[in-house]
Design a protein around this ligand. Structure first.
Ligand code: NAD
Ligand code: ISE
Length: 339
């Protein structure tokens, strides 16, 4: 049984506590904390003690592994403390809010000598994205040439700024295409279309262009006030055909001259099964090897560098090259140690 402490009991923290408490196996939530102590108490399952802060939770002997689901700017501190304590840590995206902070995490993990960090890029666990990748890897549509993506949210909170369209939202596509095509992103550009009236002062939507080392060109429409629901799309053009994420609906209704399929309300709804698989694989891997097998600190770092470049492109209007440090050999064959 993996005994987990959760730092951050907001929207996704509560959802992860629910899945670890009621859906998944081999795991028990034994500790929770949040700067909002009342929120932590409300979110704590019967099995969990409420801790005053993240540092004491990470240090607690009752905690085998840590889930960080607090605000992005707090991630670096908690991930570094977990590494220092020798505890596996699942960190929600982004790994940290700057590439420099992500690199500090990479360096700390390499120095620790074994993989401890997994980043919450759950699209890699989604059944539709996995099926899309299987088509690409099979060679059925030939070499991939381009991918068209759309990332649409029904609405966003009032504190959401235009940069968050990259750092908070499109960062999922940034990670997904690196995994899908097994290639790094080499440059980012951002085009700014007419502004939606639904977003007030916010520059929404945005059009992000990513160039990849293998020559694939990716475009991402980021629209975060579409009102009609949460809509994630992806279509790949190959030399001999195309492959796209399919319909999510188990049933399609035709009535009164119209066809209707449900549209998910938000990310919790659309990716509910992906989060379950992501966490079960994390739990199983940590229990059997002491290390996670999913998106690594290197993946978190690479996504942050691309995200920084795309933010510069958004602010300055120019095409921004992406430059990564040399990938430590550690991330090609990471040693695992059973707990
Ligand atoms: P939220 O605002 O609902 O919750 C964040 C919580 O963190 C709040 O309860 C806040 O009080 C707490 N917090 C802030 N500073 C803290 C600190 N120093 N120590 C402990 N707790 C602290 O936000 P959310 O939507 O739940 O997002 C949390 C994280 O999860 C973000 O990094 C976000 O990007 C990520 N996220 C990922 C996905 C996904 O699809 N993988 C979806 C949503 C959010
Ligand atoms: C949120 O933080 C997520 O990670 C969701 O997956 C994404 O769709 C949304 O835009 C973000 O705000």
């Amino acid at each position: 049984m993996l005994k987990v402490g959760v730092i951050g009991t907001g929207m996704i923290g509560k959802d992860h506590i629910r899945r670890m408490t009621s859906v998944l196996s081999g795991v028990q939530v034994v500790a929770v904390t949040d700067v909002d102590a009342a929120a932590a108490s409300l979110a704590a399952p019967a099995s969990a003690a409420v801790f005053p802060d993240g540092a004491s939770l990470i240090a607690a002997p009752s905690v085998d592994a840590v889930v960080v689901s607090s605000w992005g700017p707090t991630h670096e501190e908690y991930v570094l403390a977990s590494i220092a304590a020798g505890k596996p840590v699942f960190c929600e995206k982004p790994l940290a809010t700057t590439a420099a902070a992500c690199l500090r995490i990479v360096e700390a993990e390499v120095a620790a000598g074994r993989r401890l960090v997994q980043v919450g890029y759950m699209r890699r666990y989604d059944v539709a994205y996995r099926a899309l990748k299987a088509v690409i890897d099979s060679g059925e549509i030939g070499a991939p040439l381009m991918m068209h993506c759309a990332h649409r949210n029904a609405s966003v909170p009032s504190f959401y700024e235009k940069e968050m369209a990259i750092t908070d939202t499109a960062v999922h596509e940034i990670d997904m295409v690196r995994w899908m095509f097994d290639s790094e992103i080499t440059a980012a550009s951002v085009l700014i279309p007419r502004k939606s009236g639904n977003g007030g002062e916010l520059q929404d939507p945005l059009f992000l262009l990513l160039e990849m080392a293998n020559g694939v060109l990716v475009d991402v429409e980021i629209s975060v006030n579409v009102r009609y629901g949460y809509d994630i799309r992806g279509e790949i053009l190959g030399e001999n055909g195309t492959a796209a994420l399919g319909s999510l609906s188990p049933v399609s209704v035709r009535v009164a001259g119209r066809v209707s399929d449900p549209v998910p309300a938000d990310w919790r709804d659309r990716f509910i099964a992906a989060y379950d698989v992501e966490f079960q694989e994390w739990i199983d891997s940590v229990l059997s090897t002491g290390s996670p097998s999913g998106p690594s600190a290197w993946d978190g770092y690479a996504a942050a560098v691309v995200s920084d470049a795309a933010v510069s492109a958004l602010r300055g209007g120019a095409r921004e090259p992406v430059s990564l440090v040399t990938k430590p050999a550690f991330y090609s064959s990471s040693p695992a140690v059973a707990v």
